[in-house]
Write a protein that binds this ligand. Structure first.
Ligand SMILES: O=C(O)[C@H](O)[C@@H](O)[C@H](O)[C@H](O)COP(=O)(O)O
Length: 240
């Protein structure tokens, strides 16, 4: 059973804590499916962006079996490593293997990765492709690293101010950051914070401590900048 705590005093977020990661996965999948179904009922389609990394696999598996009109859902990524879908580092590969299965195999996936010599060129192609979709996102699911990054907003990214520009006209931007491992493509913060439902999915004591520290006064980590910029409180889903 979720322990919900509205943390209005501490920041622009609502905390949903679960006893186990399995409980979180099934409850969070039901919440996301409800938002997608509402979007389909109201506008005839739904638009979902998910993060990669190691955290979402169980949630993706639970979401893939939700009984909604998946053929009306477009799925894209919050961010992607600059690697082809054949790479084990590819978030598209993860989504294909874990989310676009079962009922959700009927969804349409729009990738961020495009083959190009330079990531700047791939970002321009992805930006043009993504612009054609029906913004804003109905649901955006963020992850977070222990350095306080979310999406590919790494603290050491050379273009961090452009990534976090709340007035950005860009949909997709390239990212070069030594801490990221490889270059990345990411949605701009401006496109993320306008989502109708914005959630952060984190697990483990270390990430909880990182999140709590980021909400303390002091220089803002990227996760804090995103939370502060969101029009609505971000919904945080956490389990130990
Ligand atoms: O491609 C990625 O890595 C991401 O989308 C990234 O922002 C991720 O959400 C965090 O780094 C957390 O990653 P973990 O879930 O692996 O801890």
């Amino acid at each position: 059973m979720a322990r919900k705590q509205l943390s209005g005093m501490k920041g622009n977020f609502s905390w949903h804590g679960f006893a186990t990661r399995d409980e979180l996965a099934s409850a969070f999948a039901a919440v996301v499916a409800r938002h997608l179904a509402e979007a389909i009922a109201e506008r005839g389609a739904a638009f979902l962006a998910v993060s990669g990394g190691t955290t979402p696999a169980k949630f993706f598996a639970a979401l893939s079996t939700q009984a909604i009109a998946w053929e009306k859902v477009v799925v894209t990524l919050i961010d992607e490593r600059f690697v082809p879908a054949t790479s084990e580092r590819s978030n598209a590969r993860l989504v294909d293997a874990s989310l676009l299965q079962n009922a959700a195999s009927r969804a349409r996936f729009v990738p961020l990765y495009h083959e190009a010599e330079k990531i700047e060129a791939a970002a321009v192609v992805a930006d043009a492709a993504l612009r054609r979709l029906a913004w804003p996102l109905d649901v955006a699911v963020l992850g977070m690293g222990n350095d306080g990054h979310t999406a590919s907003f790494f603290p050491d990214a050379a273009n961090l101010p452009a990534l976090l520009d709340p007035a950005s006209q860009r949909t997709i931007l390239p990212v070069h950051a030594a801490s990221a491992g490889e270059p990345r493509l990411t949605l701009s913060m401006a496109r993320i914070v306008e989502a109708r439902f914005l959630a952060l999915h984190i697990e483990g004591a270390e990430k909880r401590a990182t999140f709590d520290a980021a909400m303390e006064p002091g220089p803002a980590k990227p996760i804090r900048t995103v939370i502060d910029a969101s029009a609505k409180p971000i919904e945080v889903f956490w389990a130990p």
